[in-house]
Design a protein around this ligand. Structure first.
Ligand SMILES: C[S@@+](CC[C@H](N)C(=O)[O-])C[C@H]1O[C@@H](n2cnc3c(N)ncnc32)[C@H](O)[C@@H]1O
Ligand code: SF4
Ligand code: SF4
Length: 337
């Protein structure tokens, strides 16, 4: 009898990720199988996608896993008898454009736009999502009742297709969305979705003052962003909103800026905040070794957590970052060197 151990990945089974330059299995930060590079809107050969998926699962054994780029991924788990490879997708990541009306100094997407901030609303430079979505529906490849649609970008504020995509999804029966936006532009559809408990809305404010916002984001839109948050949070289901604080060295890596942020969140009535650090310290898949975060981030994290407790705000920390905090920053034997 074979001793071979079999693995399974729910991401590979359920997720379809549409980036501007590739269509692949799992979302950013992972190295999963790629279905197609440089898609330009042509008709898709779905059987080819299925073959790639099946082959990847076939290689998920002790003997063969080393052939897969995802061999070290934390999503891999031992296969159970009940695990069946599905042709349908339950999670659709839409990130097919890179335009943005903001200029965060830490954003990798800024490289695509060569740092240019452009507020024009327009189509993706790469391919449109709506016809792609319709192909998926026609082929019955989306598990409509259980579908979770995640929209990232670029920013939705400048994507012409944003509302049509959401409306098409609603027409097809989608009941849950995850929407990331810089929140510079008020979107009535987002307010409706949050109020109906149909969307998780996440934005990165990273500060609590207009001056610092301008330094971090290079647009003077702090007041708009705060006003929009107040509108979204004043409706039903404010618990579906999360505001991030991304620690950026020499900008907002101190107690005062964190205190300003948490005080503002409390004032607006935000229920969830996320502590994040520049992902160059967490998730650098294209570098041989990820650099370690500065040691004072430990105190920032503890200060942040403490304030959240005081203000009764739920603190979210991405599992990879929590692991880094626990195993590196909070490790007992760390010296101050
Ligand atoms: C590329 S953005 C797209 C969505 C939208 N424009 C926004 O900013 O929310 C996706 C997410 O990555 C985060 N992000 C971008 N650069 C980052 C960095 N260097 N470190 C950590 N998070 C980053 C953003 O804050 C945002 O939550
Ligand atoms: S194992 Fe990891 S990298 Fe591979 S498909 Fe799954 S989530 Fe993606
Ligand atoms: S708002 Fe989002 S896409 Fe735009 S620059 Fe900032 S992080 Fe990048």
């Amino acid at each position: 009898m074979s001793e071979n151990k079999y693995y399974f990945c729910d991401e590979l089974n359920n997720v379809l990720t549409c980036f501007h330059n590739k269509i692949m299995s799992c979302c950013s930060g992972q190295d999963g199988p790629i279905y197609m590079r440089n898609y330009k809107g042509q008709k898709i050969d779905w059987n080819y996608f299925w073959t790639i998926k099946e082959n990847a699962f076939r290689l998920m054994t002790d003997e063969n896993i080393h052939q897969l780029p995802c061999k070290d991924c934390f999503f891999l788990r031992e296969k159970k008898l009940s695990d069946v490879i599905s042709p349908k997708y339950k999670v659709l990541h839409i990130s097919n454009w890179t335009h943005c009306n903001c200029g965060c100094i830490y954003c990798a997407r800024m490289k695509d736009s060569k740092g240019k901030i452009d507020t024009r609303v327009r189509r993706s430079d790469y391919y449109d999502m709506l016809p792609f979505l319709k192909q998926l529906y026609k082929q019955e490849l989306l598990d409509r009742e259980n579908l979770y649609v995640n929209i990232q970008g670029g920013d939705i504020s400048v994507l012409k297709e944003f509302e049509p995509i959401v409306k098409e999804c609603l027409k097809q029966g989608v009941r849950d969305f995850f929407i990331l936006s810089n929140n510079i532009k008020y979107q009535p559809l987002i307010k409706t979705l949050i109020s109906m408990d149909m969307a998780t809305f996440v934005t990165s404010l990273d500060c609590g003052t207009r001056d610092l916002y301008y330094k971090l984001k290079r647009v003077d839109k702090f007041n708009d962003s705060v006003a929009n948050l107040r509108k979204y949070a004043s409706g039903e289901h404010p618990e579906r909103i999360t505001v991030k604080y991304i620690v950026i060295e020499h900008f907002n890596d101190n107690f005062e800026t964190i205190t300003n942020f948490i005080n503002l969140m409390s004032d607006i009535g935000i229920k969830n905040v996320e502590f994040m650090i520049d992902n160059k310290y967490v998730n650098q898949t294209d570098l041989p070794e990820t650099p370690k975060p500065p040691l004072h981030y430990k105190d920032l994290y503890l200060h942040f957590k403490n304030l959240c407790n005081q203000k009764n705000i739920n603190l979210i920390v991405w599992s990879k970052l929590q692991n880094l905090i626990d195993t590196y920053l909070l490790k007992d034997n760390l010296s101050d060197t």
